[in-house]
Design a protein around this ligand. Sequence first.
Ligand code: ZN
Ligand code: ZN
Length: 387
Amino acid sequence: MLTGPATDAGPARPDRAPRGHARRRDALRALLREAGLDALLVTDLVNVRYLAGFAGSNAALLVHADDDADRGEDRTVLATDGRYTVQAAAQTPDLPVLVERACGPALLAALPDPGVVGFDSAHVTVDGQDALREALAAGELRRAPGLVETLREVKDAGEVDALRQACAVADAALAGMLAAGGLRAGRTEREVARDLEDRMREAGAEGPSFATIVATGAHAAVPHHSPTDAPLADGDLLTMDFGALVDGYHSDMTRTVVVGVPEDWQRDLHALVAEAAAAGRAALAPGVATRDVDAAARDVIAAAGFGEQFVHGLGHGVGLVIHEAPAVSATATATLRAGMTVTVEPGVYLAGRGGVRIEDTLVVTDDGAAPLTQSPRDLQVPFRHDA
Ligand code: ZN
Ligand code: ZN
């Protein structure tokens, strides 16, 4: 069943206002023409959301290369199933909706003159590909991975606003927890993680942007430690890596503090990682290879003799997915452009003793980068021992 564009969806809620989805589809069309495609079948749900604003759990989108939304030509069709007709009318009032359970095959089967149709091959199973071929009676089905992902690397103003909001929510959660004395000895990693997540929800998040990492003492030497019932103890290095999800956009921030009074080795390690993080942030600018950003931070840590203990890449793109292009690592091939949002997160991990990671999310600007996460990076936090 194909329904026309909704006309009675009412005014969009401000936080759900279309963020130039039609403009994004026009940008995609240029890539389709370059790739020699007549149309693209988009089946990845994140890509569907990016191009159409629809956020349901079953959907696909068909975009034609020769349309021009600027001139009012846009034959794009959204497919979803019967559970989502109301949501589709609210979130994508500008597009006709094909109501079918098998969204991708249904869109292809409805094409009168398919030509060369690309598909999101990085997101389709082998069985799924068979179903698409069966549905496309005439025409050619061609792999077309990464086209929408390329567009998603550079955020538009609405996306940067959502990311800034997601980062502000995480900042507020941390500040609130510290003000309430939430990092006292005796509290468990799980309690701290839940405290942060509850506060992010109270501050407006749809939820955490990934499973919150809280690692105390020797656990802080494990970069992706899952919180346990281990209690915080005086003298522990404590790493918290967390973020908020706002309007589908993810924030990502890590802070490492000491519970109580730091020892000299902890101060030194924290200062080293802070210096590396600052060097990484300072290296961000349009035209810079992301591997050079990685090197700017890595060189600081290697020069201090801890190169072997910095066991991961410096950072990653962040947006509708917590880890997305561009990668910021020693083997990455990307070059920064204004509007990219990336993390800078050097870390040093000393098995059995603990570790330090400091992470911020930043947006690349015309002449550098601006931090979106704003929490202080201090090693010592104000504690309230009477709490
Ligand atoms: Zn993180
Ligand atoms: Zn990260």
